[in-house]
Unconditional design. Structure first.
Length: 324
């Protein structure tokens, strides 16, 4: 559990740790393929559109965000990030090499080059250091937004670019776009219901508890659903900090959502044991005392690309089932 917490907290606080093969069927693509830079990535000064002469057959994906979109679109990936927070689809794990994609000093760019990819997708912040190496080897490099916490809009922008390039006429491409559209309608309806409600967002590995603001992964989801985050410290740069238990008593949220180690059930068990060990404190928070709390699996700790659609839909279901 400590290893899990160390991994996730380092990723979320530093925003540095995260920066198939193909699906069942892929669309036949003819002519040049364009991968324009998304609006989110343009803010980092990257503007060049990548142009491919043919459909890529050996993609090295060095960021979590595009993996599942490429998989569903039937694009073959030979390298994907290590999935420490879950599992990739079985055929993806079988055929693609999993590598550490933290852009640290020991990042193995030589292994990427040696794999002879015809496209590398990597985090925007790797452009100066590693992008130049790829360019010198004439390997196309496409840059995406990356990080443990990424906005829904950023994930959607990347998904739209990949669908337009590799699957705009395919069933898989249409499905991806339809799922975004349906979710946005549902989120709009949910926001109307939740106006004025306050939420406290925790990431915990008891006895350690951290509180998230609206910039963190789960915190951003709750904002999309119309909740006001109670954690609004102005002088804190990180999206998540150790819970100040004294201050927390003054927040008095309408609901609490909490993510942590393992499945939702495992996390609930761990949290309830912690609550039971110190009821004098936790019962002072009305939302916890009255059971207005949602326990979520570790999948909600970091961004998971287009799986955000499934995550948010599941979260809405859980909130509705508990009358929250």
């Amino acid at each position: 559990m400590r290893k899990f917490l160390t991994f996730v907290l380092t990723a979320c606080i530093c925003l540095m740790a995260f920066t198939g093969c193909g699906g069942k069927k892929s669309e036949k693509i003819t002519g040049d393929i364009e991968l324009p830079v998304t609006k989110t990535v343009r803010q980092y000064g990257i503007t060049e559109t990548v142009v491919l002469r043919k459909k890529p057959e050996r993609v090295a994906t060095l960021s979590f965000t595009p993996v599942m979109a490429l998989y569903k679109l039937g694009i073959k990936q030979i390298i994907v990030p290590e999935n420490k927070m879950g599992r990739w689809p079985a055929d993806l794990e079988k055929d693609a090499r999993q590598m550490s994609t933290a852009m640290a000093s020991n990042f193995d760019i030589e292994a990427i080059v040696a794999a002879q990819p015809d496209l590398v997708i990597l985090p925007y912040h790797a452009k100066e250091k590693y992008g130049k190496i790829l360019e010198s080897q004439k390997i196309p490099a496409y840059y995406v937004d990356a990080g443990p916490a990424m906005s829904y809009q950023s994930v959607k922008e990347t998904g739209e670019v990949l669908v337009e390039a590799f699957g705009k006429h395919s069933e898989a491409g249409r499905t991806i776009l339809q799922e975004f559209s349906r979710l946005e309608k549902r989120m709009a309806e949910t926001r109307e219901k939740n106006k004025g409600k306050k939420v406290m967002v925790l990431m915990s590995a008891p006895p350690n508890h951290y509180i998230q603001n609206e910039q963190a992964n789960l915190g951003s989801m709750m904002q999309l659903l119309g909740y006001e985050n109670v954690f609004k410290e102005k002088n804190i740069k990180n999206s998540m900090v150790m819970l100040d238990k004294e201050k927390a008593l003054s927040y008095q949220p309408d609901i609490v959502v909490s993510t942590g180690f393992g499945s939702a059930g495992q996390h609930e068990t761990n949290m309830k044991k912690d609550f039971a060990s110190n009821p004098e404190y936790w019962n002072q928070i009305a939302a916890i005392r009255s059971g207005r709390i949602i326990f979520l699996s570790q999948e909600y700790a970091v961004s998971r690309g287009i799986n955000v659609v499934e995550n948010i839909n599941t979260l809405i279901d859980m909130l509705e089932n508990k009358g929250l």
